[in-house]
Design a protein around this ligand. Structure first.
Ligand SMILES: *Cc1c(COP(=O)(O)O)cnc(C)c1O
Length: 408
């Protein structure tokens, strides 16, 4: 099953693949750390396959670059990290599946608790035979999705403190509008959270870790929480991948995009005038046009709404997507790239310097956000990890293989 690294790398590079620049990723983490007050920690948010960048390699790289903890959305994601040998603290941010609570406790995976009912469902699943389950108290200061209301935080913290099957490790909240130009809700949430943390402290229940800021709040410098004696942390997600969480804030120059999505030109052909391209003939050739078929489709995460809107770059030329993106294939017009040949590289997403779509541009065309563009990239796309511009690991459907001659 485990083939040599060189073979898996060649296979990845022969077709559709994503290049993940681990130096850029590490640089982005270093930038976030540089913005934090003394002693504050970075929790690297690597949910959803590290926003499409690959869970285990990004988890390891984040820790190596100075993140102290990892956060995911599902217990299974945390279990995958543990299975890969990651021993650092991991927090599951979303409401947890009680059917996996035992496994979480056994593996020392922290779960978020936002209500007495949620706590009791977890406790029902836990036995006295397990190590205490680490938990983070989630306070709903205005996101209105998941968490205890500030008025109930002390009572829930008391219930947690009484319970030997859990061990409170942290308290956190999540911002609803940190990306917006108007910061009034952000300020109000910050105020409510500070008050909740203070109430916990007054009751002698302040957990050791207190965290609040997401990427947009980090960019705005809203990271500090008055919590004497506690460690402050930030939960950095999108910014670590070099993407901007907000249309209202500039991305600082040191932040660099990490992912490049590349495929290989397949068959090259001419569509006669009057004929349409792909399902539904949504694009009709008005003159004979040279086209190329690309082995990438919406099942790979190339969002179907980019049909007749997005583009690829082939040999430096912008080549528009013609007709509907199919599940596994996409047709581009290559009139601008007359020398194109089968096997040539076609770039679908990049930092834009080569003329390819940025995640922001693709998102704007598809009526969504850059988060969805990258997190939609499917597991069947092999990821090639680069250090110093050199491939050091490949993550494909068969698993992760590392260059035996490189330390990844
Ligand atoms: C996803 C998530 C984050 C990270 O958000 P970014 O905007 O990507 O930085 C932080 N906290 C919680 C609770 C999340 O669900």
């Amino acid at each position: 099953m485990i083939e040599p690294f060189a073979a898996r790398l060649a296979a990845a590079q022969g077709g559709t693949h994503a290049l993940i620049d681990l130096d850029a990723f590490a640089g982005n983490i270093a930038y976030v750390r540089s913005q934090l007050p003394e002693g504050a920690e970075v929790i690297a948010v690597i949910k959803a396959n590290a926003y499409g960048h690959g869970l285990v390699p990004c988890g390891r790289a984040a820790l190596a670059a100075g993140a102290s903890r990892l956060a995911v959305a599902r217990i299974e994601e945390a279990l995958l990290l543990r299975a890969a040998g990651v021993v650092a603290p991991i927090l599951v941010l979303s409401p947890a599946n009680p059917a996996l609570a035992r496994q979480a406790a056994e593996s020392g995976i922290a779960l978020a608790v936002g209500s007495a009912t949620g706590l009791n469902r977890l406790l029902d699943a836990l036995g006295d035979d397990l190590p205490p389950l680490p938990v983070h108290l989630k306070v709903d200061t205005g996101m209105h999705r998941f968490g205890v209301e500030p008025e109930g935080v002390v009572e829930l913290a008391r219930a947690l403190a009484r319970e030997p099957r859990v061990q409170v490790e942290g308290v956190f909240t999540h911002f609803a509008t940190a990306d917006a130009a108007d910061d009034r809700v952000l300020q109000e949430q910050t105020r409510r959270f500070a008050a909740a943390v203070q109430a916990l402290a007054a009751a002698g229940l302040q957990p050791p870790l207190v965290h609040m800021a997401n990427s947009a709040a980090i960019l705005r410098g809203v990271v500090e929480i008055p919590a004497p004696g506690a460690t402050i942390a930030v939960r950095a997600g999108l910014i670590l991948y070099g993407l901007n969480p907000s249309r209202e804030l500039p991305l600082p120059a040191p932040i660099r995009p990490v992912l490049r999505l590349v495929t290989r030109v397949g068959q090259v052909f001419t569509v006669p005038p009057g004929e349409g391209i792909s399902y539904g003939w949504s694009y009709i050739a008005e003159r004979p046009i040279r086209c190329a078929d690309l082995p990438i489709g919406y099942a790979d995460g190339l969002v179907r709404l980019l049909s007749n809107q997005g583009w690829a770059v082939v040999g430096g030329a912008v080549c528009p997507i013609r007709g509907r993106i199919c599940m596994d294939q996409t047709v581009i017009e290559v009139e601008a790239a007359p020398d194109v040949a089968e096997g040539d590289e076609a770039v679908l997403l990049s930092d834009g310097r080569d003329g390819a779509m940025t995640a922001d541009q693709a998102a704007a065309l598809a009526g969504t956000i850059n988060y969805e563009i990258v997190s939609s990239l499917a597991a069947r796309i092999p990821r090639v990890y680069l250090r110093g511009g050199r491939p050091v690991a490949v993550l494909d459907l068969l698993g992760l293989v590392e260059d035996p001659s490189a330390a990844c």
